[in-house]
Design a protein. Structure first.
Length: 118
């Protein structure tokens, strides 16, 4: 089992910045990818950013150039630096972990609310 604990959400104005953090604990050697998903109000959960092996990032088109995902591999912490925030970024952000070969090894955090006011 892997446990994920997010922090860093909050309320910010349009154009502002926030940094989310997620700490992974437990059987962390069973996973090789960490990332972030989000679920806007009334919409489905969507991928925001992933980082595989701690070094290969991938981003949703909607956040490219504004969000940066990074990881502290030694401490199994993943960060999401969000800049240029827009009202459409308002969502519950979930930390995500899995293994790219073994899909049953998929874990989710509890989520943290990000609200961007216009």
């Amino acid at each position: 089992q892997v446990r994920l604990a997010e922090s860093g959400g909050g309320l910010v104005q349009t154009g502002g910045s926030l940094r989310l953090s997620c700490s992974a604990s437990g059987d962390v050697y069973s996973i090789n990818r960490l990332g972030w998903y989000r679920q806007p109000p009334g919409k489905q959960r969507e991928m925001v950013a992933l980082i595989t092996g701690g070094i290969v990032p991938a981003y949703a088109d909607s956040v490219k150039g504004r969000f940066t995902v990074s990881s502290d591999n030694a401490n199994k912490i993943i960060y999401l630096q969000m800049t240029g925030l827009k009202p459409e970024d308002t969502a519950v952000y979930y930390c995500y972990a899995n293994h790219t070969i073994y899909p049953d090894r998929t874990y989710w955090g509890q989520g943290t609310q990000v609200t961007v006011s216009s």
